[in-house]
Design a protein around this ligand. Structure first.
Ligand code: NAD
Length: 471
């Protein structure tokens, strides 16, 4: 087979990865028709909305979609047609952690990947390059190949590539425009190398070729889990040190600065916080844990498991700090939680630390008011209902209010908890907030964004994660 000149791409899954990734491919490759398909009609409608009210919030995304949509970028719920017309198909469906059954709580739920793969086999009339974009356990491509080969029409051949996505939510467009690297894994056969060359040629339209790394299939799959595990490990390491700082009076900012000056360590990703969230870090580490266990490597599994355990500890440690500082009880007290997304510049709340904090405050019978500039109210109720499965939503709604602004959220409260590092929380008129609060007024900064001294000068009692000052 000669290398395919890709002219039509289909992406199965119009989510946080499939949407931005393929929108950028369409923008950068005007000669390629890109169709992003999804079973979720509401999501597709939002991608197609005339006023560009897209289903996900990402800085710069609207501008990309505005330029490419209708030109060579299309969104559709006609999955079969998208598959049939494409010569290269990205599988970018969700791979959550299994909720029940064997490996529940650890293993990746590959149901969506399998269903998408079976659909490709069922409807494709011609040969395709199938690209694993979803984050999957090592050797998933082998299962996909088995399914495709067993179910395909005569004359249809499928070449599988792994092309994991390394974008970070909140900076997705920036990351896609100038990625640190693009990783493509293929079988080391002539056909595998041809397929790899075809995908390389797509990315080479804007990514410098020295940043396009081509490796074996299994290395590519494992590299994605490894990258996320090591990033999360860095956060858990600095968070573990933040606890020691709080107990000793050291300052985690200063420690991180000093440590990061070592060129072997480097300064990035050394910011202490209330804990990591998002759909990937925890899920991918638990996936690695499951993989290690299934390979009879219990010490390796235990090693990675501690990264997640430390993160859980950090979240509950922060909740406990709030309770302890508010004179050991928050029952009947009013707390404002600023931020509900798992990080700034996204509306995504998956595994957001804010959910754990609010759940802890509710279990202590506090009243909570939440404000987030991007998270939909309906999403907050969904998350809280899931986090407190034994409490009826009506009961939760008696304890929780959702505010239209940060200032509204803080009015008549005893304490403010900063759970997400939104820029607007740095720029609040803190003097005005102070006048509207019950006294003594506390601020608990889980993201190290406030100027603690300035707030103390106003009259607040301030606790910042990783700093040992007493309030
Ligand atoms: P998502 O839930 O936002 O999107 C997945 C989409 O796939 C959903 O809209 C769903 O309806 C659709 N889908 C599922 N099965 C389908 C099918 N058979 N046919 C058509 N559509 C189908 O998920 P996401 O955040 O975009 O993540 C996708 C993958 O990328 C996951 O494996 C994730 O681990 C990985 N990843 C995510 C990020 C991130 O920051 N979100 C970063 C890198 C990698």
């Amino acid at each position: 087979m000669a290398p395919v000149n890709v002219s039509k791409i289909c992406c199965i899954g119009a989510g946080y990865v499939g949407g931005p990734t393929c929108a950028v491919i369409a923008l950068k490759c005007p000669h390629i028709t890109v169709t992003i398909v999804d079973l979720n009609q509401a999501r597709i409608d939002a991608w197609n909305s005339p006023d560009f009210k897209l289903p996900i919030y990402e800085p710069g995304l609207v501008e990309v979609v505005k330029q490419a949509r209708g030109r060579n970028l299309f969104f559709s719920s006609d999955v079969d047609r998208g598959i049939q017309e494409a010569d290269l198909i990205f599988v970018s469906v969700n791979t959550p952690t299994k909720k029940s059954g064997v490996g529940a709580g650890f293993a990746a739920d590959l149901n969506y990947v399998e269903l998408a793969t079976r659909r490709i086999a069922a409807v494709a009339h011609s040969s395709k390059i199938v690209v694993e974009k979803s984050t999957v356990p090592c050797r998933t491509a082998e299962s996909m190949r088995t399914i495709l080969e067993a179910n395909s029409r005569p004359g249809c051949r499928f070449d599988i590539l792994s092309n994991p996505e390394f974008l970070a939510e909140g900076t997705a467009i920036k990351d896609l425009f100038a990625p640190d690297r693009v990783l493509i894994g293929s079988l080391q056969t002539p056909e595998g190398r041809d397929a790899c060359a075809a995908l390389t040629a797509v990315y080479a339209n804007w990514v410098p070729t020295e940043k396009i790394l081509t490796v074996g299939l299994w290395s590519s799959e494992l590299s994605k889990l490894a990258a996320n595990a090591m990033l999360a490990q860095r956060i858990s390491s600095i968070n573990a040190l933040s606890a020691i700082c709080e107990a000793t009076g050291a300052n985690i900012d200063e420690v991180a600065h000093a440590v990061g000056f070592d060129s072997r360590i480097g300064p990035k990703f050394l910011r202490a916080s209330v804990g990591f969230g998002g759909s990937c870090f925890q899920k991918d580490i638990l996936n690695l844990v499951y993989l290690a266990e299934s390979l009879h490597l219990p010490q390796v599994a235990a090693y990675w498991r501690t990264v997640v355990d430390m993160n859980e500890h950090q979240k509950s440690r922060f909740s406990k700090t709030v309770v302890d500082t508010l004179f050991n009880t928050i029952t009947g007290k009013h707390i404002a939680v600023l931020g509900f997304a798992f990080k700034a510049d996204t509306g995504d709340t998956r595994e957001s630390p804010a959910i754990s904090l609010v759940r802890d405050f509710l279990s202590e019978r506090a009243y909570v008011t939440i404000y987030d500039p991007q998270v939909e109210e309906s999403q907050i109720w969904l998350d809280l209902a899931e986090a407190c499965p034994l409490v009826p939503l009506e009961t939760i709604k008696k304890q929780v209010t959702i505010a239209p602004s940060a200032l509204d959220a803080c009015k008549n409260k005893e304490a403010i908890v900063i759970a997400t590092e939104w820029k607007e929380f740095k720029e609040i008129d803190w003097s005005s907030v102070y006048t509207h609060m019950n006294k003594p007024a506390f601020v608990f900064d889980g993201r190290m964004i406030v100027d603690a001294d300035a707030l103390r000068a106003i009259g607040f009692k301030v606790k910042v994660i990783g700093r040992g000052e007493r309030v």
